[in-house]
Design a protein around this ligand. Sequence first.
Ligand code: NDP
Length: 312
Amino acid sequence: MIKEHVKCLIIGSGPAGYTAAIYAARADMKPMMYAGLQPGGQLTETTDVENFPGYPDGVNGPEMMLQFKAQAERFGTDIRDGLATEAYLNEVPKRVVIEDKAEITADTVIISTGASAKWLGLESEERLKSGGVSACAVCDGFFYRGQDVVVVGAGDSACEEAMYLAKLCKSVTMLVRKDYFRASKIMAQRTLDTENITVMFNTETVEVLGDQVVEGVKVKNNQTGEESTIEATGFFVAIGHKPNTDIFKGQLEMNEVGYLNVQSGSTKTNIPGVYAAGDCADDIYRQAVTAAGTGCMAALDAERYLADQGIH
Ligand code: NDP
């Protein structure tokens, strides 16, 4: 097990983590980053990002994250693979365990662990995860070329997934539990305008059908109670995300669903020297650009803390 001490440890490698790394490295804080389960974060699962300023023609999500990474590395961030599995943030110095690989002590910790896809919680969904149930169209859509698929959800993610799949698949049926989309108007309209997408409003999933692989989906209209079956080989869930903050429970203040609390106008958590940036602390905006902004703030907050503590 590697044991090391750093001035600034960054946990997570999405837009928040990389931006914190760029600022911390340029401030000579010699940051170390552990990239987590999904290096690059959620944007590595998306296709075109059209709303990040500076890219008038849009940018491919995974490519953008490689650019973030290259910029963080250019200034000397020590970026490593590994998942933080235990944290002891009240100790001095703070201590974080990375699986069975490393134990890092740090004067400051920036938490940018992001959020992960939520699931419906059905037994059939769990059972068929390696047989046609997915939460990532970009990762798995390829397997369903020319086939019929179902997408659950009504937010921007669901619309994006449905439109991506519509380009590859014969048909996409979208299951929306209310009678309206939560997605932005432009995304909802594009979805409705796509010829091979059928939107079923007021519709919930009863069960994903199939033994080894998805063969269909049993759905129920929550207004009439009527049940029906949709034939499909792929079942894509896009119903939002859960913050990756479980290892900080009991140490950091968080809301009832796990989003970390930060002091208004800063990234300070309830523990001095520990900062939170990006989606793990944001259940309102959840954008790459806001995550990057709070990543910058976290590095500046950590820099001031080190200066106040006389740590050079
Ligand atoms: P959201 O939280 O915005 O939407 C989640 C959707 O899933 C809601 O419509 C919700 O339904 C539905 N849902 C939740 N639980 C269930 C369930 N058990 N059964 C059926 N439906 C369910 O999450 P998103 O991931 O879509 O978006 C998160 C953020 O990221 C947003 O701010 C979004 O704007 C942004 N985003 C932007 C993109 C872009 O601009 N390119 C792309 C993707 C995301 P209900 O409405 O009934 O609550």
